[in-house]
Structure formats: structure tokens, C-alpha cells
Design a protein around this ligand. Structure first.
Ligand code: PLP
Length: 375
């Protein structure tokens, strides 16, 4: 089997999606499953929709168009503010987009009119994380303008936290969003269908609050794919954190000194911490590097320690074991590592449904074996 590869267990992803959707339904909150970290995989979109999720979000038009072409029928939401130059594409393939610029929405309106379509708009509100969003004091004015635009439906308002500055969703900022929804409805005599509170970082708040106010939607990516919440990167109770695994192959295996020799200057990727002399070590090189993954986001199996990475090589200390050439090593990934691997053309993706009951594989116990294929 080709390496490096991502093995993606669709059943585990489906379980995560179903579990989150069920828990949030009890709180009056629907889920938009965000596919951007999986390069808009239609297979993953299908399993999360089968899990009871109602809509699909993505930040890239290429992914939205791909899913639409693949026959995904659920509403498709563009979750990054559209590029004004993309207005025609957006109204053609996305049902709804999240927006924060009137100029862009005006262009969407022209494009929708020209295409004889309607386009849904969710206005993003700035609640302190300082990424996208209209300042709360301007939201009423903006909503008024949008309501007057032909072929545009003001679907609701939303916010996004914990991305740029790590601001946590809490009772205060979520209450502010609820109040803004109430105000817009009262001032304009309308009903907003969507009050989208945020991303996976909102889960701690959403699942522990007795009253989630007007918030009736969350856009979830990381929690569905990796089973963890992004504020403290803790596993979410009852979810699989190993639905996605990265596998790389050993191309060199030698006993080498732990310390380099010669005059030391910069490395391929800048400075390197000085090596501690640990005598000779059992070193292996895996055929994977910065072009395939964010090496800092990899967790190696017990007994293996990542000691460096360049564009195409991952260097590991194998401890007391020796990894033979050709051996495959399985890694867990964080969000950053997953996104890089998913989008790297060098990493093949193996999607599978487990016909057997899902067991959490014990990394340490089934290592090291040559040519181990866990399928
Ligand atoms: C990426 C993104 C999400 C999903 O975030 P996760 O942390 O992966 O759940 C939701 N909303 C917006 C606007 C995003 O950019």
C-alpha cells in the first residue's frame, strides 16, 4: 500500500458527527459540518449527513463546487467571506455565505439577480477575537441595507471566536449575539432563521449551558474529525480521537551518534536546538516531511521520538527498538498536521468503513512489525 497515506475511518467520523448532533439537538442547536480540513471530501460529507447533520460548510469555493458536483444535496454554506471577484461562482454553487462586507453582498445581489437565483446571507459579528465580523454597533445598519438588496435573503447572524486571538466563547459574548438577533428582529419586524454561535471552540459552552439563548447553530469541523475541542485540545467524552491516522515508511535505519560533528550553522528550516549527547542512538528516517505534514503536530507511537524534520525526511529516535527499512509507523495528528496532510498531493487518502467493531488500537503493543497494514 502506498505511503505516506492518511487512513480515514468513516465510521468513527460518523459516530463523532452523530454524537455531537444528538447532544446539541438537546440544546436546540443544529450543526453545520465543516469540511475544509478534509479538502471538501464528498465521502466524509455523505457520512456526516447520514449521521443526521443538516448542512455542510466549507471555506473554499473549489470544495463547495466539488461537493455540489458529487451530488451532495444538503445546503452548502461558504463559511469564509466571499472574494468579491468570486460573486458569480458563490451564488451559483453555495446556498448561503457568511459575510462581513456590504460591498461584497451587493455584488452577490447583482450576481444572484443575473443568474435568476436567491442567495442566503449570514452577517458575521465581531465579538472580540478580531478576525471576521461587523462591529456590533454597525450590525443594525448593515442588516437594514442587506434587507433592501434584491435576490438576497438575510438568513441570520453569526460569530467566530477562538481563531485569531483565542477568545473563548462564553455566556457573555454568546448573550451579546442573542441580544443582537433579538434587536434586528424587533427593529425590522423579521425572523432570523440562523444564529450561528461559532465553531468547535463553542462546544464547552454549548454543552454545559442551561440556557443557550438564541444560538441555534454551530459550525463544526475539528471536533467531528479529531474528536477534540480546540480551546484546550482535550478529547471530547465519547468521541473517537483516532478516526484519522497518518502512516509513513522507514527508508533508512542506522545506529548513529546523537551529536552532529563539524561546524554548526543553520538547518534547512532555521535554527535547531543543540543536540544533547546521548551516545549512539537507533535512528530511522521516514519518507515524510514538511511538504506532507506539520511535523510538530504529529504524535509518534510509544517508544518513538521525533527528533527532526526537513522537506522530505522525518528523523526519529527509535529508542531500544530498531525499525527495519520498509516498516510502517502510524502517527496521530493534531489539526495543523491533519490539514497539511489532507491538502498534500504526496499523501494518499484511504477512506474505509470498518466492518468489524471499532477497537482503539494499542500503538505500543503492535509495534514494531515490518509492513504492518492495519486494514
Ligand atoms: C474553520 C471554521 C469553522 C470550523 O472550525 P472548527 O474549529 O474546525 O470546528 C467554523 N466557522 C468558520 C468561520 C471557520 O472558518
Amino acid at each position: 500500500m502506498s505511503a505516506p497515506r492518511l487512513e480515514i475511518n468513516l465510521d468513527k467520523i460518523q459516530h463523532n458527527a452523530r454524537t455531537l448532533a444528538k447532544r446539541l439537538t438537546k440544546q436546540g442547536i443544529s450543526v453545520t459540518a465543516v469540511m475544509k480540513a478534509s479538502l471538501g471530501s464528498p465521502e466524509i460529507a455523505r457520512v456526516v449527513l447520514d449521521a443526521g447533520i443538516g448542512s455542510i460548510g466549507d471555506s473554499r469555493m473549489e470544495n463547495i463546487e466539488g461537493m455540489s458536483r458529487s451530488g451532495i444535496k444538503a445546503p452548502l454554506v461558504l463559511i469564509r467571506s466571499p472574494m468579491i471577484s468570486d460573486a458569480h461562482r458563490v451564488v451559483h454553487s453555495a446556498d448561503i455565505s457568511l459575510n462581513s462586507e456590504l460591498e461584497v453582498i451587493r455584488e452577490l445581489s447583482f450576481a444572484a439577480k443575473a443568474a435568476g437565483r436567491r442567495h442566503g446571507v449570514v452577517l458575521m459579528v465581531e465579538l472580540g477575537d478580531l478576525r471576521e465580523g461587523i462591529m456590533p454597533t454597525d450590525i443594525e445598519h448593515t442588516a437594514g441595507q442587506v434587507l433592501a438588496m434584491p435576490n438576497i435573503d438575510l438568513k441570520g447572524i453569526g460569530a467566530n471566536l477562538a481563531c485569531h486571538c483565542g477568545v473563548s466563547p462564553d455566556a457573555n459574548n454568546m448573550a451579546e449575539l442573542s441580544t443582537l438577533a433579538d434587536t434586528i428582529e424587533r427593529v425590522f419586524g423579521i425572523t432570523l432563521d440562523i444564529v450561528s454561535g461559532g465553531n468547535s471552540a463553542n462546544l464547552n459552552w454549548a454543552l454545559s449551558s442551561a440556557d443557550t439563548g438564541r444560538i441555534n447553530n454551530l459550525r463544526l469541523g475539528e471536533s467531528i474529525l479529531l474528536g477534540c475541542e480546540p480551546l484546550y485540545r482535550q478529547p471530547i467524552d465519547g468521541l473517537h480521537t483516532d478516526a484519522i491516522t497518518l502512516i509513513a515508511e522507514v527508508i533508512e535505519s542506522k545506529i548513529k551518534p546523537s551529536q552532529p560533528w563539524g561546524k554548526i550553522a543553520q538547518t534547512a528550516y532555521g535554527e535547531k536546538a543543540p543536540a544533547v549527547d546521548r551516545g549512539n542512538i537507533t535512528q530511522a528516517i521516514l519518507a515524510i516531511g514538511q511538504q506532507d505534514v506539520d511535523p510538530c503536530g504529529l504524535s509518534a507511537p510509544a517508544g518513538i521520538c521525533i527528533i527532526g524534520a526537513s522537506s522530505d525526511h522525518l528523523i526519529v529516535d527509535c529508542g531500544r527498538h530498531r525499525l527495519p527499512v520498509g516498516a510502517e509507523v502510524h502517527f496521530q495528528l493534531n489539526y495543523s498536521a491533519m490539514v497539511r496532510s489532507m491538502t498534500s498531493p504526496f499523501v494518499s487518502k484511504l477512506l474505509r468503513r470498518s466492518s468489524t467493531p471499532i477497537r482503539v488500537p494499542a500503538m505500543a503493543s503492535n509495534w514494531p512489525k515490518t509492513r504492518r497494514v492495519v486494514l
